[in-house]
Write a protein that binds this ligand. Structure first.
Ligand code: KG4
Ligand code: ZN
Length: 347
């Protein structure tokens, strides 16, 4: 038995998992998602770190119990140390270091983005997917990051394109707010869009790219939606507030047009990358936005057309989670990698 405990606390989720490196399976995991930020329309860093401090011990205890193990059974401890909110990262990192120091066991600091990239290997039951091959293209899309990677092996990946401004999840959250919905708005946009049968009513502009460019830009889309709503009399540009004309039907049409537009952007970017990297054998889609079933279907259709496979993990492993950090710690630990307890956090 070689168990690794991992803590992920880069933003507003406190998520802990235990990975069994022999059975190659997540043995237990638990996520505590903070709700206090909904009031403010986005994550408030100071509140996030304070709530992490209150919850970290509890979440670790829950996971250790679920995994039916004690600290004495652990072979190593890991935590996310970048990128993220410094105060939030520090809570998980210091707690994990404390366990490592007290037990005299190895410590590993893990990159949150590497966690997301390799989360595509996690099956619903926590076992490791054996059907996902290298090289593959990975799209990470969440509230904080949107990027495309060429993934060559475990721990070996190259960034080939990222967002020039807002992340995809940020576009969902900001546009949801514009039409009257609270943070986070991605799941609400999906529900409304489904009610409008994903119809592209307003035909928002798609970014144009040259062949070798795999970057994204969502800030312009947000502005285009705002000006289109104002032009149609649904939003008062002077105040940024919705007018009485912004009915539920309009909300549904904004949501469905937005999703159709983002679906096109993701499919087109993946298509261009597949043209540029013909050796690619699979696609993966990770991060909170990968919970979106409509986008999954669009990418599934693209993969089928191109004769390759698409791999997406269950929602619990798409959003921020400790399981992906434990999995990455697992292969790094097996290679003999260790980190000094003096390692810091990086925003
Ligand atoms: O990975 P995540 O939990 O946290 C980070 O931002 O790192 O992602 C959260 C983001 C939010 O922007 C949220 O609106 C978006 O993922 N999201 C969705 C859906 N569920 C969550 N976006 C589109 N469709 C969804 N169903
Ligand atoms: Zn994330």
């Amino acid at each position: 038995m070689a168990l690794i405990l991992a803590i992920e606390s880069s933003c507003d989720d406190m998520s802990v998992a235990v990975f069994d490196t022999v059975a190659q399976k997540i043995r237990a995991y638990h996520t505590y998602s903070q709700k206090s930020h909904e009031l403010y329309g986005g994550v408030v860093p100071e509140l996030a770190s304070r709530e992490h401090l209150e919850k970290v011990g509890l979440v670790v205890d829950i996971v250790m119990q679920q995994a039916a193990c004690s600290f004495a059974d652990l072979a190593a401890v890991a935590a996310t140390n970048k990128p993220g909110l410094a105060g939030s990262l520090l809570v998980g990192l210091c707690y994990a270091k404390g366990i490592a120091w007290a037990r005299g066991i190895p410590f590993l600091a893990i990159d949150h983005l590497e966690g997301h990239i390799f989360s595509a290997f996690l099956e619903t039951d926590g076992s490791v997917r054996t059907t996902l091959t290298f090289p593959h293209l990975c799209l990470t899309a969440s509230g904080g990051h949107t990027a495309l990677y060429l993934v060559k092996d475990f721990g070996a990946f190259t960034l080939i394109g990222s967002t020039r401004d807002d992340a995809a999840g940020e576009a969902f959250d900001k546009i949801a707010k514009l039409i009257g919905f609270s943070y986070p708005g991605g799941a609400t946009i999906e529900r409304l869009a489904r009610e409008a049968h994903f119809e592209d009513v307003f035909k928002y502009p798609r970014t144009k790219h040259t062949p070798g460019d795999f970057s994204f830009s969502f800030s312009g889309l947000k502005t285009a939606v705002l000006y289109d709503l104002a032009k149609r009399g649904y939003v008062d540009l002077a105040t940024g507030n919705a007018t009485p004309a912004l009915t539920e039907e309009v909300q549904r049409h904004v949501a469905s047009s937005l999703l159709a537009c983002i679906g096109d952007i993701l499919v087109k970017t993946f298509s261009r990358a597949l043209d540029a990297y013909p050796e690619v054998t699979a696609l993966t889609f990770v991060g909170g936005v990968a919970c979106n079933k409509y986008l999954r279907q669009r990418l599934e259709a693209l993969a089928t057309t191109r004769g390759i496979t698409l791999h997406i993990s269950p929602p619990a492993f798409c959003t921020d989670n400790g399981a992906m950090i434990a999995f990455v710690a697992g292969y790094r630990f097996a290679r003999g990698e260790r980190c000094a307890l003096s390692i810091d956090v990086f925003e």
